[in-house]
Ligand binder design. Structure first.
Ligand code: FAD
Length: 455
């Protein structure tokens, strides 16, 4: 039953898709432009590079993203398996040590021998069955070629947060604490601000020099990942109710909640670096250094990476794709990951998984039965196929959120809603897994202990 498939893009979606296709018995050629060419945001030569935050967000099984984690674990996801193997402390979030995570993905993916990795940029779509998983930074040549199939512009703008060396943060000012004491209770380093410091900081962000987009590019930001200066421009209070909110935190030196905080999250298990949570920005690099030095505790910061602006590429999937996620105009082409209009590492991997199932069904003459919309995987599928959206609404990338799920039946108290969503999802997922006409789950490999894989 072996069929050869080309997957373009060795990111979160492409690796998951190739892995799932291989375990379903197909031969896969995975074409990745690195190490020969890299986008402006990619910094390593590994597969499955996490380009910004090292967090896969909440692991709480009653949150929408936590539900997606749980479902991906159940289907033997490559990405979740590797993430679990290389977790770093991050409160209730699933955050990973990125280099070890990427190495784990490569080794699990390539060890079967059914995936052949070919390096180099794809500029022409190859013959045969092809999965396009080239992500938000699809190279320009391929974007141009894809636009011929879709007939429209395929990108908008998004931004990336800076990383600071841990030993350059002044720990006489910073305090360790997780919001509401979640997880380890002290997984985050918090930089507290008084009201006057905060307002001066907001004013500096507004006045700071930003990197200008090219004349022909109209910046369109994803609402969930706005640059801090764009938030600052929307009002003085916006940041203190957003990424700088102080709720659930108390400065042990004053015994009270600060006016605002900058939260630092571990970049690595050894604790040598932190990222500034939610601090994606398009300020110029010299301006970032100048303005961020005014944050209490960062006067002598050593920056390991500055924030950046980046392009996001996606297609109007509800209009352009069939129900099996192939292109209506060219059914041998499938789209997986962020390019299909999902947002986030885990969502992109999930989309890679869904495409593998749909493609397997096509190649084996089986009916593709997507997970029910009440599950997190099914909710993402509802988004990509347009079922979750009102008629005529513009298609925008999104993370997995409860708004994508069908509403709960009957009246459910607000405080019981998350548990109700999770319970319904688990029951419906079980039913789907038992009844789908195609296999849904890979054998789940054992999670190696950190010591085994770091040795
Ligand atoms: C700067 C930036 C910051 C982000 N921050 C976050 C974050 O903090 N958290 C989060 O969850 N998500 C974040 N995202 C979104 C994140 O990129 C996606 O969630 C995820 O990486 C998408 O997975 P993907 O597999 O679709 O694409 P990617 O992971 O980007 O993988 C695509 C791969 O295709 C390769 N490629 C591109 N063009 C070609 C070509 N022509 N030929 C061959 N190979 C090609 C690329 O080199 C890359 O390896 C960010 C995105 C960007 C760009």
């Amino acid at each position: 039953m072996s069929k050869q498939i080309t997957v373009i893009g060795g990111g979160l979606a492409g690796c998951e898709c190739a892995f799932q296709l291989a375990r379903l018995g197909h031969q896969v050629v995975l074409r990745e432009q690195k190490p020969i060419k890299r986008s402006a945001a990619h910094q390593s030569d590994t597969l499955a590079e996490l380009v910004c935050s090292n967090s896969m967000r909440s692991d709480d099984p009653t949150s929408a993203i936590g539900m997606l984690h749980a479902e991906l674990r159940r289907v033997g996801s490559l990405i979740l398996g590797a993430a679990d193997a290389h977790r770093v402390p991050a409160g209730g979030a699933l955050a990973v040590e990125r280099a070890l995570f990427a190495a784990e993905v490569s080794s699990r993916l390539l060890q079967s021998g059914q995936v052949q990795l070919v390096a180099g940029e794809v500029t022409q779509i190859p013959e045969g069955t092809v999965v396009i998983a080239t992500g938000p930074l699809t190279s320009a040549a391929l974007t141009d070629q894809l636009a011929k199939f879709t007939g429209e512009k395929l990108y908008f703008y998004d931004a990336i947060a800076p990383i600071v060396s841990a030993d350059s943060v002044d720990e006489t000012i910073a305090f360790r604490q997780s919001r509401y004491g979640k997880g380890g209770g002290d997984d985050y380093l918090n930089l507290p601000m008084e009201k006057d410091e905060y307002l001066a900081f907001v004013a500096a962000l507004k006045a700071g020099t930003k990197v200008k987009p090219h004349e022909f590019e109209e910046p369109k930001y994803f609402e969930g990942c706005l640059p801090i200066e764009v938030m600052a421009e929307r009002g003085d209070e916006v940041l203190s109710h957003g990424p700088m909110k102080p709720v659930g935190l108390s400065d042990p030196r004053t015994g009270r909640r600060p006016w605002a905080v900058v939260q630092l999250r571990h970049e690595d298990r050894a604790g040598t670096a932190y990222n500034l949570v939610g601090f994606q920005t398009r300020l110029s690099w010299p301006e970032q250094k100048r303005i961020f030095a005014t944050i209490p505790g960062l006067k002598d910061a050593e920056w390991l990476r500055m924030g950046q602006i980046h392009r996001n590429t996606f297609i109007d999937s509800p209009r352009l794709l069939e129900r099996d996620l192939s292109l209506k105009a060219e059914p041998r082409l499938f789209f997986a990951g962020q390019i299909s209009g999902v947002e986030g590492y885990v969502e992109s991997a999930a989309c890679g998984y869904l495409v593998a199932l749909a493609l397997h069904a096509r190649l084996t003459g089986t009916q593709f039965v997507p997970p029910p919309g009440t599950t997190a995987l099914g909710a993402l599928y509802r988004h990509v196929t347009g079922e979750a959206h009102p008629e005529g609404a513009a298609y925008q990338p999104t993370n997995v959120v409860y708004a994508l799920f069908p509403p709960l039946p009957g009246r459910v108290k607000k405080q019981d809603k998350r548990a109700a969503y999770a319970a319904r999802s688990t029951a419906d997922f079980d039913l789907w897994a038992a009844q789908a006409p195609h296999p849904v789950a890979a054998a789940v490999p054992p999670v190696p202990q950190a010591a085994e894989v770091t040795a």
